[in-house]
Design a protein around this ligand. Sequence first.
Ligand code: ZN
Length: 461
Amino acid sequence: MKFIILLVFTFCVNALMLRSVKDKITEGVIQQIREQIKNPQSQYYHSAYNRLAYYVDTFGPRLWGSENMADAVDALYKDIEKMGFDRVWKENLGEITSWMRGEESVTLFEPRQIPQKLNMIGLGWTPAGVVKGEVEVVHSFEELKEKDVKGKIVCFNFEWNGYGSAIAFRFAGPVLAEKAGAIGTMIRSVASVSIASPHTGMTDYENIKYPAVAITVEDADMLDRMKKRGQKVVVEIKTGGQQYKTTSDNVFAEIKGYKYPDEILLMGGHWDSWDVGSQTGANDDGGGVIVCLEALRILNSLGIKPKRTIRFIAWSGEEMGQNNNGAFHYARNHGKDNHIIAFESDLGSTKPYGFGITAGQQFTQLVTYLAQEYLTGIGAERIYPNDGESVDSGILADFTGTPMLNNRIADNENHDFYFTYHHTAGDSMWMMNPEDMDDNVVAIASIMYLIADYDGPIPKD
Ligand SMILES: [Zn+2]
């Protein structure tokens, strides 16, 4: 009896000790990640910023299927090959149809005495064309129905209430105006703030038949003022967009889990970008790709082996929205893999303070526990349930029900900082901050490690 009591007692003490030792190891790993990245003498210090700057400066904007994109994919792949991961590979998407921009302009002919060029940018998938006509300004889809726009050029001058409502005008506006008889469309840029900056983005690629462009917030307001005072407004729009056949690849790197190698935590961002400036795609989404890559690189080079597999992906083709892009290709080809969670960073790389998660209640509780237990010291412990969705991981989730995670970073509710620069020439290294990028690497490496190395089974709901 005494022996049994002693045995039970010893077992309990051992179990408790094991747990506390284990916790110390986990804590130590998180601390080690942080100390390595935040130490100015370390090779990891500002390495995310410097690596991103190299790609942005060397290859320029990475429109899906373009030569720039192909070169940037090759360079990324070759660099990753040298990083010593367990596995590095590419997956070709096969033949894809993409789009290239040509010569384009908007010229204001009336009421100006001398024709005035307006800052503009064609919307993605807009075909080549030239239209000239009187402008009708509308502020909503209801107003489009009420006004006679036959033979006119419609200018959508909507109010900015966040991206969700604004992209309806960019995506559906041009085609709806065409159905109402318009000959061309200008939209007010989908932007939170403007310094005469036109913002592109894709419009309805299946149905767009005529020139559809964005003009600046300032000029949309000007045309609106002209119409309100009764002036006739005449513009000419020229676009030169063309579709063509090409191809592209998703790029991968992996650290194999030592205990549950078939359980996969996916993480990444999209490597393609818009094409509108010399550095476009630094923030959207080169930064997202590189902070994830650096997170995997630090785990790997510090020899931190988690129980589960962590797989990095640089998705190809998010911006062009096709159903044969990198996200669909991955979901179709890897839908049967056992994905534990898919992490995506695609809302910028400003200072992180936590994570959004879209998962079942028990899994959400587990991630909340892990974040609060281990990430308070790095200020990344806040968890936002039912708010982890992103575009590329969302496609995998649609196919497989995989839970989703994203990084919560400093910005306001409407992401006004992000949408000031989004899809413009202003998306450049100038808006990136090396310290903030380091903090993202720390936060992402830590949360991925915590989930990947969790001892117990991951709850399915
Ligand atoms: Zn993006």
